[in-house]
Design a protein around this ligand. Structure first.
Ligand SMILES: [Zn+2]
Length: 440
């Protein structure tokens, strides 16, 4: 069983958006299709014995992850694979350090199997970069936080990254016996998945500075950059809460408003990684100027920054409060704070029409500051969402409940996905560029 003292990426939370996950016997029950299918030959890849083996490997690893500690015989039963195939895959996973053998299970009859679990000696460094600060954290393969530190940032990217690198080096020095798998970084902007360069971050303004190369050079570990909303969505997927849901949208509400899309079971990043920027859809061309250069984007009305602006309009003498103080003021029934946050919640709910008309998801999840007072402001968002539906009932509306940890967990998950064999993106299946590049 997993340690229960801390939240884990991999814990199957009792709070689920989707249907309870069934074990992956679905690999055996896919109906055979008969007919003709249009195939885009630009993207097709033939099934090989190697790709079949890697799919089976991913299935076995997922069963270990969700059912650990687990015996080999139980893996064979749960996966439907031959015991000899399972044994070969397990040997490979142990050699690759993903899995370790642990306790011996005492059974009343027959053999006493050695149980398998994820190797929590393997760790991932992560950072959640925001305009004014970064949170640097160390997670193990079971998603437990071993260390966590806040690093204040300056406007200049080189100095900011150098502070993050120093923090990561100190963290690594504190765990000399762990094996470092890589570094995952959540960015408040869009990252081109091919070039791994930041191509849009209106609230960060770091230009085209090459974050990845500088950190890789200093840390000698592979770095993966990802968008904050995609990281938060990935953390939800890994937690199992979205099992059974194929179409969902996650909206992050902080300095700006970001979005991540799960469509037909796949996270959609699309061309240049720019999909999901609902926050920069124009709502009112006469509205305030947005960081992207346009006027009246959804985010200038629905972000935490917007709530602070609404408050400053009512109480100009107290314009220096931050969002946490504003939420606290509302909890203490400060009328100006309640008015400001109600206005933000109304704009947030109204703008969700952008999401429902474009994608008609089953679930919409909100992550970010306003969710800490969801009991008060959630119903306002819900009412606006329902009032703006084009047809049918509104999607299920929820919050991620994981606060700042979601981005860190998601960034760690990106590292694990990239390194665990095959990275799947739509129908295109490509082998990850490197596996275990410079594990120390
Ligand atoms: Zn904008």
């Amino acid at each position: 069983m997993q340690a229960a003292e801390q939240p884990a990426i991999l814990n199957r939370d009792s709070h689920k958006w989707g249907q309870p996950a069934k074990m992956k016997s679905t690999t055996r029950s896919v109906p055979t299709t008969r007919g003709i299918k249009r195939i885009d030959l630009a993207y097709v890849q033939l099934a090989t014995s190697e790709s079949a083996r890697d799919i089976n490997r991913d299935v076995v690893l997922e069963i270990i992850r969700s059912q650990q500690p687990v015996a080999r015989a139980d893996l064979a039963r749960a996966s439907g694979l031959q015991p000899s195939t399972v044994s070969a895959i397990v040997e490979q996973l142990i050699a690759e350090k993903w899995v370790k053998e642990g306790a011996i299970e005492r059974r009343p009859r027959g053999r006493h199997p050695t149980l398998l679990a994820l190797n929590d000696g393997l760790v991932i460094l992560t950072a959640d970069i925001r305009p004014k600060q970064a949170i640097v954290a160390l997670l193990d393969l079971n998603g437990r936080f071993l260390a966590r530190e806040v690093v204040p940032l300056v406007s200049e990217p080189e100095s900011s990254i150098s502070k993050i690198i120093s923090c990561m080096k100190a963290m690594r020095a504190g765990y000399p016996n762990r094996s470092f798998e890589g570094i995952g970084i959540s960015m408040p902007g869009r990252v081109d998945s091919e070039s791994q360069r930041l191509i849009l971050a209106p609230n960060l303004k770091w230009g085209s500075y090459d974050i990845k190369s500088d950190i890789e050079k200093e840390m000698r570990l592979q770095v993966e950059l990802t968008n904050a909303a995609n990281a938060a969505l990935l953390a939800e997927l890994w937690s199992g809460k979205l099992d059974g849901i194929r179409n969902a949208v996650l909206i992050t509400v902080s300095e700006g408003v970001g979005g991540a899309i799960l469509a037909n079971g796949q996270i959609v990043t699309s061309r240049s990684g720019l999909a999901g920027e609902f926050g920069h859809s124009p709502i009112d061309p006469t509205g305030p100027q947005c960081g992207c250069g346009q006027h009246g984007c959804w985010e200038v009305f629905a972000s935490s920054t917007a709530a602070l602006r609404y408050y400053a309009e009512i109480r100009p003498e107290e314009a220096s409060v931050n969002i946490h103080e504003l939420l606290h003021l509302a909890e203490e029934e400060d009328p100006a704070a309640i008015t400001a946050l109600t206005r933000q919640a109304t704009c947030l709910g109204r703008g969700l029409r952008l999401v429902t008309v474009a994608l008609s998801p089953e679930v919409i999840l909100i992550a970010g500051d306003i969710t800490t007072s969801w009991a008060r402001f959630g119903p306002i968002v819900q009412a606006e969402l329902e009032a703006t539906m084009l047809a049918g009932s509104a999607p299920q509306l929820g919050i991620t409940n994981d606060g700042e940890f979601a981005r860190l967990r998601g960034a760690a998950a990106v590292v694990l996905q990239r390194h665990s064999g095959y990275q799947r993106s739509g129908s295109k299946v490509t082998r990850a560029k490197t596996s275990h590049p410079t594990r120390s």
